[in-house]
Design a protein. Structure first.
Length: 98
């Protein structure tokens, strides 16, 4: 398991590749079982630490607020562009007549 962690840390292999390889085995090997058990331990720590969950939730809320703001700004900018296009399209036929 330490070799796996070192390989991921040194960017010799990606975590997604390791998960793909472990998932492709027909049966569970020792490394896969160890990673499953490690995940259970992490989940236990997560469930026991209320302060950690609050901090992570606050961070997630900040990220969601930023994404909401970006979507709102983009929508406003898109609406302004659409109104400009409508104004131009109203002027173009007048120019063609002249």
């Amino acid at each position: 398991m330490l070799r796996l962690a070192a390989s991921i840390k040194r960017a010799m292999v990606t975590a997604s590749l390791i998960l793909r390889k472990l998932g492709s085995y027909p049966g569970q090997n020792g490394l896969a079982l160890a990673l499953i058990e490690l995940g259970r331990i992490e989940r236990t720590f997560w469930l026991q630490n209320v302060e950690l969950r609050r901090r992570v939730n606050a961070g997630l809320n900040k990220g969601e607020a930023k994404n909401t703001l970006v979507r709102a700004v983009f929508s406003i900018a898109l609406a302004k562009c659409a109104s400009i296009v409508l104004k131009i399209s109203a002027i173009v036929p007048l120019v063609l007549i002249l």
